[in-house]
Ligand binder design. Structure first.
Ligand code: HEM
Length: 219
């Protein structure tokens, strides 16, 4: 039974989720070719890729609670892919900025990162997910050890918080949408803190996930 469910996730659910995750990219490419991305297509691409980066960060963070609350342990098998999609859209977003917005003007970009707080936190958010993408392989879990790897991957919370601040500071007046993402991230963080507190409170023995178990989750 367990074997069958693992096969279903690997051969059916994962390819389906992967295809769905490419949706925003297809939408943007299609819009670009058809010329219907509005009066300022570069801005549309920047805003869409930025929003999708944040959405994927939130979806990735929601996997662990979903796994526990819905008792769906196989959900963990989607987490790495979803996190890599956050990085993928983040890279597209950043590339749009340095290429189509700043035309690779490195001194100008550095000045922008130093001077505009909303760009500074966006940059910090991107720097936060970079090591996570680079160390997402089974080889890196082995090299770092399960516990250190897990510690490093908590950086995703820093990225999500910086990402939402970046969003909040980028909008001029209506903060309703950044507020929505801030609430989601706050709830997800609160959930993790409660779980961590409960684990530690009654038993002094800490639970550790062995590296071998983490690697099993990485296909
Ligand atoms: C994890 C990293 C990042 C996330 C989650 C993120 C997210 C977002 C979001 C949600 C928006 C607003 C979308 C909207 O208003 O509908 C945005 C806008 C923007 N972001 Fe990012 N961003 C990230 C990194 C960066 C980086 C590294 C840069 C450049 C150094 C950057 C530059 C911009 C710019 C220029 C805008 C457009 C602002 C405007 O024209 O109103 N972002 N980003």
């Amino acid at each position: 039974m367990r074997m069958r469910s693992t096969h279903w996730v690997r051969w059916v659910l994962k390819p389906l989720v992967f295809t769905a995750c490419l949706g925003p990219l297809v939408y943007l490419l299609w819009g670009l070719l058809a010329g219907n991305l509005g009066a300022n297509p570069i801005r549309t691409i920047t805003l869409e890729t930025g929003t999708w980066t944040l959405r994927f960060l939130v979806i990735t963070l929601a996997i662990t609670p979903l796994r526990r609350l819905a008792r769906w342990s196989d959900a963990i098998r989607l987490r790495r892919m979803l996190g890599l999609f956050a990085f993928f859209y983040g890279t597209l977003h950043f590339t749009t900025y340095i290429w189509l917005d700043q035309f690779f003007d490195v001194p100008g970009i550095i000045k922008d990162v130093m001077k505009r707080p909303f760009i500074t936190v966006g940059f910090a958010a991107f720097l936060g997910i970079l090591p996570l993408a680079l160390t997402s392989t089974a080889g890196w879990i082995r090299r770092l050890g399960g516990r250190n790897w897990q510690r490093l991957h908590r950086l995703i919370y820093v990225s999500a918080i910086c990402g939402v601040l970046h969003y909040w500071w980028s909008v001029k007046a209506d903060v309703q949408r950044p507020q929505f993402y801030a609430t989601l991230i706050g709830l997800l963080l609160l959930y993790r803190l409660v779980v961590a507190y409960r684990r530690r409170a009654p038993h002094p023995v800490r639970s550790t996930v062995p590296a071998a178990d983490l690697m099993r989750r990485v296909p």
